[in-house]
Design a protein around this ligand. Sequence first.
Ligand code: GLA
Length: 382
Amino acid sequence: MTNLETLRTEFTKHFSVSPKHIFRAPGRVNLIGEHTDYNDGFVLPIAIDRAMLIAARKRNDRIVRMVALDLREAQAEFSLDAPIERVEKNKWSNYVRGVAWAMQARGLLLSGVDLMMHGDVPIGSGLSSSAALEVCTATMFREMSELEISKLEIVRLCQRAENEFVGVKSGIMDQFISALAQTDSALLIDCRDLSYQNVTLPHGVTFVVCDTSKRRGLVDSEYNTRRAECEQAAKFFGVKALRDVSFDRFERSEKDLPPMVAKRARHVVTENARVLQAVEAAKQNDLTTFGKLMNASHESLRDDYQVSCAELDTMVEIARQQPGCLGARLTGAGFGGCTVNLVEDKSVDAFVANVAREYQRQTGLTPQVYACHAMAGAGKLA
Ligand code: GLA
């Protein structure tokens, strides 16, 4: 059974009535442009063929009843008429609560719903399962409550839910790509003014995701520290965000910054430039350059931004030894999770088999390795 059929069947069993609609929002992999979004910079993600689905039916009252199919049908509920608060038990439900909170805080009137969620974005692996759930929830509420709000507004509300309700100070990339992705394209997003353009993916190659199976530890506190260091650097340069600092300007002042802050700034300044170069390379179908930029991004994240870990570095090293691999880098926040690899189409099958075997041999961990296809952003499936 497909995920869609499973969800429809299970919803019907649980609520004794079929769902009215099923919504989908994808996870993502970022091709290049890491830790640049909260510096008002550039990112280049794609939405992947792994997604969160929500089946829903409107209720006549203002109660939201939730069932998480993948968590042994864990259940939770809340009222849209009472103040919506974060819970410690059934933490998974905080994403739905947070989105409802942000939408109501914006003055939108929501309908009560019965909903069931089911997805195949692995949790904690850096493929943005939480953003997928938030965007899916907002898309569902928009339709079920007949609201006139744009996708960009959904993106902003979901980021607010994540930042202020769930309490993770992430940037805007993950919610953005989950809501606005286009099939077969990456999105170049300018995280300052939120303008974006489709970038057709290069031909003859596939982006392969390698999940190290090392779940991200420490990520929230380290993430917040990096953000603070970037803000410190921006303050030093007297600019709003590191996006405004050119490489020349950075180099002239590098020695005057505290060494650690200088390293963080170097990553952000060079990474922003790499994103724009990668977009040009993609337009020319210059795969070699695209791959080299991915490699340089990894080195910068490992040495200057210091968000890699032994498992990610091992995965990248193994990947680069494979025939047909043009570039490999960690993707997402770091400290575990996934790498993204640019692989020639004809080498993909061997790459998948060899990397999985070799990584397991070297680390004792069982990885997940899969070829990705760029999918469309959130919407109503049925
Ligand atoms: C996480 C955050 C994003 C972004 C990346 C790093 O995925 O949610 O906003 O900052 O890390 O590029």
